[in-house]
Design a protein around this ligand. Structure first.
Ligand code: KG4
Ligand code: ZN
Length: 342
């Protein structure tokens, strides 16, 4: 009997075309073709441009990842692909490619929820401190499209206990960067600039920080930033750095405060961080401090697995195959732009 379990994972939910090979739960290769430069001139992702770039990049990216893992298509046992949430036309490219390959190779194709995959970026065999973590786990997922607190009671079992009622935290970073005339994506630019600024320079609102529930809101912060920027005709670099540091501080204060509230309420056995904003150094540091304060095992994905990648898609599939969930062998699913985490 064949002992190894080889998965090709494909991710195309937004503006990164990514493919990875996972063998027995280990990442053998992970390739990302980023479209960031293409979208930078528009100041954000243009869906049709993204879809066409995925069509161009998807097969070369798969080829590269197979070569790097030193395997052939015929070595694959499963294909995993992001089904949603994301941009419809971007998702379709990955889903169609995965299903076509699955049909030709006569192997199962597993649809994966992108949000679930961000959680599974914490389950990396080679270096995670908490591979055998205990449930329930509390996860703070922060990306360009989502801000959520998720209680995970076991593999594949989730309850959303808090989420944004308007903008996502990543969006607040991106829009601030856009207003300051910085590049796209904005999060890393704000974080870089913030290092040179004073986080107390501007007293921005911390929306819903004192509300009883675990929800978030970032649209008021965005408006406050806009009004502040309009107060001056031009902004020098020092002022921009102060503004970046103050906005970053406001966003992270809210995230950490709600996380702490959730820790007290649910008393999880472990906490995890996920999504593109998890690449933010200040958030990583405040998150680990909170873990230490409550003597909780905590996990933060390796830097390169925070933003969109296919390795996390493959890992989510690996756990679905080995731990619990049925596999879809019929290739009968479609892209779901609004796919919920259930
Ligand atoms: O998970 P992701 O790659 O895509 C979505 O699923 O949305 O997250 C992208 C988001 C963007 O908003 C980006 O600005 C933000 O993650 N981001 C950061 C940093 N790196 C990426 N935000 C703050 N600080 C960073 N270092
Ligand atoms: Zn993402």
């Amino acid at each position: 009997m064949k002992k190894s379990l080889t998965i090709l994972a494909i991710e195309s939910s937004c503006d990164e075309t990514a493919a990875a090979v996972i063998i027995n739960g280990q990442i053998k290769s992970s390739i990302i073709a980023s479209q960031a430069q293409i979208h930078a001139k528009f100041g954000g992702v243009v869906p049709e441009v993204a879809a066409r770039s995925h069509i161009t990049a998807v097969i070369p990216t798969i080829d590269k990842t197979l070569k790097k893992a030193r395997i052939k298509l015929t070595d694959l046992d499963f294909i995993a692909v992001t089904q949603g949430p994301g941009l419809a036309t971007s998702l379709m490219v990955g889903v169609d490619t995965a299903k076509a390959l699955g049909a030709v190779l006569n192997i199962p194709v597993i649809p994966i929820n992108h949000l679930e995959a961000h959680i599974y970026a914490n389950f990396m065999n080679h270096e995670s401190q908490i591979m055998n973590q205990k449930f329930p786990a509390l996860i703070l997922t922060v990306s360009g499209g989502h801000t959520m607190l998720i209680l995970m009671s076991g593999h594949g079992r989730y309850k959303i206990v808090g989420q944004t009622v308007d903008d996502a935290a990543g969006e607040a970073f991106d829009k601030t960067a856009k207003m300051l005339g910085l590049g796209y994506p904005g999060g890393p630019q704000i974080a870089k600039l913030a290092k040179r600024g004073n986080p107390q320079a501007f007293d921005f609102p911390r929306p819903m920080i004192n509300s009883a529930n675990l929800n978030f809101s970032f649209s008021g912060l965005k408006t406050a930033v806009l009004y502040k920027i309009m107060e001056h005709k031009s902004w020098n670099m020092k002022q921009k750095a102060n503004l970046a540091a103050s906005v970053q501080q406001a966003i992270i204060d809210v995230l950490i405060s709600k996380l702490e509230k959730a820790v007290k309420k649910f008393k999880p056995k472990t906490i995890m961080l996920g999504g593109g904003v998890a690449a933010n150094e200040m958030l990583r540091s405040r998150f680990s401090k909170l873990g230490k304060k409550y003597h909780l095992p905590y996990s933060i994905p390796k830097f390169e697995y925070c933003t969109d990648n296919a390795a996390m898609i493959g890992l989510a599939a690996y756990y679905k195959i080995t731990k619990h969930v049925t596999r879809n062998t019929k290739h009968n699913f479609s892209a779901q732009p609004n796919l919920a985490l259930k």
